[in-house]
Each structure stands twice: as structure tokens, then as C-alpha cells.
Design a binder for this molecule. Structure first.
Ligand code: NAD
Ligand code: TYD
Length: 338
């Protein structure tokens, strides 16, 4: 199968491409990415010369870019997005552009070119904040409350509409919070690891008792592959790990594993509109596709910390934004590498 992966230079997209190239090498992969601040080709540098991998620098909002890239692809997996809630609070417009408009452009192009399968990557955040004991099911009502979540929920509606109106073969996934190698150090876990390594304060929003379900990124990518191959057309699949933790528990575990003092914990002003808890019910994917996460939170966090310890150059370069200038110089505005 020839698969176009949008956002493949970002955190989950690059882990997904890595899984495919290493474990399922029968597929041809095109990585289509705009290389925003969050996109980094270093994430796949060791695999970039494989004959079944190619990279196209392009924007999902630009239909010409997309039409050229998808001419004979069998499937599109759409990871491309603005993904950080704090940035969406500062400015929501780029989120509407990439996450909503960009998704619609992809849907239009997929329909025009007759692409067989469209996998759209969404999030448990579309369900909004949940009370303890409540879980988001595939058919729950959506109550997104951050600008990021609102843009992801809007995109879901357009994907549903493309299926309902035009019969496009779409499948959607909603995943809980991912962590693991190659995550941009603005999200909770890599930021806390990076700051702890430099003995810098760890900023905890509000009381730090907000709850997330944490999944190791490789478990999520395996689930996404199962959905791509075996997911039923028109369905939504929740992907969760049943590993709910509050933020302080996560941060204290990181400090313990890195042998750093709890004194680094610094309580700061809360995030406006901060969602207290997300909780997702993954029973459907477990029962229908036989998928289950394999990495416990403790194992995954240890693997993640080891990865950041062994990749401090990546971390420093990512923190300083060096690679962005490097790739801009290397590829210019738009480049077709293979
Ligand atoms: P990320 O920010 O690490 O990567 C996003 C990638 O998309 C980057 O490589 C960026 O360059 C690219 N991109 C952005 N706008 C683009 C555009 N207009 N055209 C082409 N490429 C563009 O994000 P991530 O954490 O890897 O998340 C990937 C997807 O998974 C997103 O759709 C996100 O909403 C979803 N998701 C993430 C999580 C999580 O915990 N990180 C959880 C659930 C769902
Ligand atoms: P984040 O990684 O931004 O993911 P999301 O908001 O999409 O779940 O944040 C995870 C949790 O950690 C969330 O409750 C906000 C909190 N947080 C902090 O307390 N301090 C920080 O510096 C960051 C980035 C997040």
C-alpha cells in the first residue's frame, strides 16, 4: 500500500512512520509535512535513505501541494495539526487554519483523486473535561473547551460529513495523551524532563491535580496501524491506556527517575479554562481489533527518560530552534527530496 502520512515530521507522525518502515516494510511511505516549529526531519534521519520512504515539504492547506503528493496513494493518515493547547490559547487562528481548513482540503483532494482510505487522527480532548468515573465513548457528545480541542472537534465533523455526504472511506481515532521519544519539549513530560536535566524550575499549572490518561507513543502507533488496516469504514476508534495519572504524580515520578529534588516543582498560574480530567474508554478497539497497550506507564516513562538522556543534542537543538534554520536553508520553501 502507498500511504501518505501528513505531519510525519512531528512527534506521533514520525513514530508512526518509524513503526511502518521497521515493522511493516511492505508499504511505501510518503511523509508530507510543512516543517513548522514542531516538524523535525532529524526524527527520521536514520531511515531517510530507505527506498520505500520519501519526504515532501508541503502544506495541507495548499491543494496544489496536496494534489501533487497524492496522485497514486492508497491511503492518507492525517496527523498534520497545530497540537499545543497553550499556543491555541494565545492564538486560535493557526489552529483553525491547519486543523480545520487543512483537513477539509485533504478531504476534497482525497475525493477528487479517489484515495481509498482516509484515517483522521483526533484526540480525547474533543469530549471536554470529564468527572471522575466518566469516560468518553465513540458515540459520546462532544464538548470541546479549549481552542485546540474545538478545532479538532470541528475537523471531526468535516470528516464525518465527507463520509456521510460523499461516501469517502474515512476512519477516525481519538487518542489520549501520548509520550515517548521525539516529543517536542513544550508538552508536559518532555518539558519536565528537559527542565529537570538543567535543574530549572518545573512549572505546574494550578494545583497540579489535573488528570490525563497517558499512552506510550509506540502503543498508540500500533493501534493506529491496526485501524488503518482493519478498522471498519466510517467508524471511530478510541485509543487509551487506562493509565490515568494526575500531573503531580507524573512530575514526581520523573524527578525520582532522574534523581532530582522535588524543590524544582514550582506552582504557577493555571492555564485559562484548564480541563480538569480526560478519560477515554478503549473497549471497542480492544474487542474489535484485538489491540492492547503493551507498555506500562512506569516502563514507558523510564524508556522515555532514557531516550532524552541519550539524545541530549536533539533536545538542545530542538530547544534552540537550530534545526529549523538548517532545514529552511536545505530545502527552501518547498522541496521534493525523492
Ligand atoms: P506535533 O505538533 O508534534 O506534530 C505536528 C506535525 O504537523 C509537525 O511535523 C508539523 O510540521 C506538521 N504540520 C502542522 N501544520 C501543517 C500543515 N499545515 N501542513 C503540513 N504539515 C503540518 O503533533 P503530535 O503531538 O505528533 O500530534 C499529531 C496528531 O495527533 C495531531 O493531529 C494531534 O492533534 C493528534 N493527537 C496528539 C496527541 C498527543 O498527545 N500529542 C494526542 C491525541 C491526538
Ligand atoms: P500538555 O502536555 O500541554 O497536554 P494537554 O493539555 O493537551 O493534555 O499538558 C498536560 C497537562 O500538564 C495539562 O493538565 C497541563 C499540564 N501542564 C503543566 O502543569 N505545566 C506545563 O508546563 C505544561 C506544558 C503542562
Amino acid at each position: 500500500m502507498k500511504i501518505l502520512v501528513t505531519g510525519g515530521a512531528g512527534f506521533i507522525g514520525s513514530n508512526f512512520i518509524r513503526l511502518l518502515l521497521v515493522k511493516y516494510p511492505e508499504h511505501k511511505i510518503i511523509n508530507f509535512d510543512k516543517l513548522t516549529y514542531a516538524g523535525n526531519l532529524e526524527n527520521l534521519a536514520d531511515l531517510a535513505n530507505l527506498p520505500n520512504y520519501s519526504f515532501i515539504k508541503g502544506d495541507i492547506c495548499d491543494s496544489e501541494n496536496v494534489m501533487e503528493a497524492i496522485s497514486d496513494v492508497d491511503a492518507i493518515v492525517n496527523f498534520a495539526a497545530e497540537s499545543h493547547v497553550d499556543r491555541s490559547i494565545k492564538s486560535a487562528t493557526p489552529f483553525v487554519s491547519a486543523n480545520v481548513y487543512g483537513t477539509q482540503v485533504l478531504l476534497d483532494c482525497a475525493r477528487e483523486k479517489g484515495v481509498s482510505r482516509f484515517i483522521h487522527i483526533s484526540t480525547d480532548e474533543v469530549g471536554g473535561s470529564l468527572e471522575p468515573g466518566d469516560y468518553l465513548d465513540e458515540n459520546s457528545r462532544l464538548y470541546p473547551s479549549s481552542p485546540y480541542a474545538a478545532s479538532k472537534a470541528a475537523a471531526e465533523h468535516f470528516v464525518y460529513a465527507a463520509r456521510h455526504t460523499h461516501g469517502l472511506d474515512t476512519v477516525m481515532t481519538r487518542t489520549c495523551n501520548n509520550y515517548g521519544p521525539y516529543q517536542f519539549p513544550e508538552k508536559l513530560i518532555p518539558l519536565m524532563i528537559a527542565n529537570a536535566l538543567e535543574n530549572k524550575p518545573l512549572p505546574v499549572y494550578g494545583d497540579g491535580l489535573q488528570v490525563r490518561d497517558w499512552i506510550y507513543v509506540e502503543d498508540n502507533c500500533e493501534a493506529l496501524y491496526q485501524v488503518l488496516i482493519n478498522g471498519r469504514s466510517g467508524e471511530i476508534y478510541n485509543i487509551g491506556s487506562r493509565a490515568e495519572k494526575n500531573n503531580l504524580e507524573v512530575i514526581e515520578t520523573i524527578l525520582k527517575l532522574l534523581d532530582r529534588s522535588k524543590d524544582l516543582i514550582t506552582f504557577v498560574a493555571d492555564r485559562p479554562g484548564h480541563d480538569r480530567r480526560y478519560g477515554i474508554n478503549p473497549s471497542k478497539i480492544e474487542q474489535e481489533l484485538g489491540w492492547k497497550p503493551e507498555v506500562s506507564f512506569e516502563q514507558g516513562l523510564k524508556k522515555t527518560i532514557d531516550w532524552y538522556l541519550n539524545n541530549q543534542t536533539w533536545l538542545e537543538r530542538t530547544r534552540s530552534g537550530v534545526y529549523r534554520e538548517y532545514y529552511q536553508e536545505m530545502y527552501g520553501e518547498r522541496a521534493l527530496l525523492k
